[in-house]
Design a binder for this molecule. Structure first.
Ligand SMILES: Nc1nc2c(ncn2[C@@H]2O[C@H](COP(=O)(O)OP(=O)(O)OP(=O)(O)O)[C@@H](O)[C@H]2O)c(=O)[nH]1
Ligand SMILES: [Mg+2]
Length: 275
């Protein structure tokens, strides 16, 4: 089974275009798939648009009454999928602002089949890039990714901030079992959750690969929801949590993981003081 997970906030213009494209691409790939949209308290017509689309597409809709942000929305989508998926299933999470396209699904799937747990679409692999992004934003994005690479270093990963990724469901189920509510801990810090997820999966021992990807910013139909200051603050908090005190998450979770793997019965509770 293949699950496509879409966090949506005020995407009334993008969804009628993107959803049929995703559905069509999935139908060509497999008979067994589900599209899961989490409507995060959208203030536009996203809810009505989704209800309309549900009549002609296999769509699971999760509604937040109020806008809870990408962290909580992502958490809900992954927890829903983890509950419904078996270990060998695949979860693909993408944005629904039309900058990510379903034409990457076959490449993501074949890379996962090589034995990876997480496959990332990457602007920084040969053949990858971005169209329609201002020079200033492209520079900030490259600098932020370089900064992540130095501070968090996930082997074979150059793209830390793009949320368009495929996951083997088993690794997400394992992450939710082990980390529990702390799988996405920095929920209130905007788009930081995308990087936190990567780091937590690295701590769990996931195997990563990338496929080249061109971000089509020129196709974006909705306004940007990223609040740069909140996300920058989130990155800073992430760096502190990961490295401090006494080796932060890096050493704390390593020890807990050893205990967890040797018991495999109870989930230990991590506290920063015990790191
Ligand atoms: N659930 C939820 N989703 C959000 C929120 N903000 C953005 N999103 C969704 O997350 C995805 C990424 O949002 P974007 O605004 O495209 O952010 P980005 O891709 O990092 O940057 P831009 O493309 O420049 O805006 C989209 O599918 C949005 O609908 C939010 O507050 N809650
Ligand atoms: Mg986007």
């Amino acid at each position: 089974m293949l699950f496509v997970l879409l966090p949506a906030f005020n995407e009334e213009d993008s969804l009628p275009q993107l959803l049929p494209e995703i559905d069509q691409a999935l139908r060509e790939l497999t008979k067994q798939y589900r599209i899961v949209v989490v409507n995060d308290g959208s203030r536009d017509r996203t809810a009505q648009v989704l209800q309309e689309l549900q009549k002609s597409h296999p769509l699971e809709i999760i509604n937040h009454r109020i806008n809870r942000g990408l962290g909580e929305t992502s958490r809900d989508a992954f927890e829903w999928a983890a509950e419904h998926a078996s270990d060998t299933d695949v979860l693909i999470r993408m944005d629904c602002d039309c900058t990510h396209g379903p034409e990457y699904f076959p490449r993501l799937l074949s890379k996962l089949d090589e034995g990876y747990d997480v496959v990332i679409t990457s602007r920084f692999q040969p053949g990858g890039g971005q169209v329609g992004v201002s020079r200033y934003r492209a520079f900030i994005s490259s600098a932020a990714n370089l900064f992540m690479r130095i501070l968090f270093r996930v082997p074979d990963v150059k793209e830390y901030s793009c949320g368009f990724r495929a996951y083997r469901a088993g690794i997400i189920k394992e992450a939710i079992r082990f980390f529990g509510n702390d799988f996405i801990q920095l929920k209130g810090l905007g788009f930081t959750c995308t990087i936190e997820k990567l780091i937590k999966l690295k701590l769990l021992g996931a195997r990563f690969a990338e496929v080249p990807f061109v971000l089509r910013y020129d196709k974006k139909l909705s306004v940007s929801k990223m609040v740069t200051s909140v996300t920058a603050l989130g990155y800073l908090v992430l760096v502190i949590c990961y490295h401090w005190p006494f080796g932060g998450w890096r050493t704390g979770y390593k020890r807990l993981l050893r205990e967890y793997r040797s018991s495999q019965t109870t989930k230990p509770t991590y506290t920063r003081a015990s790191a």
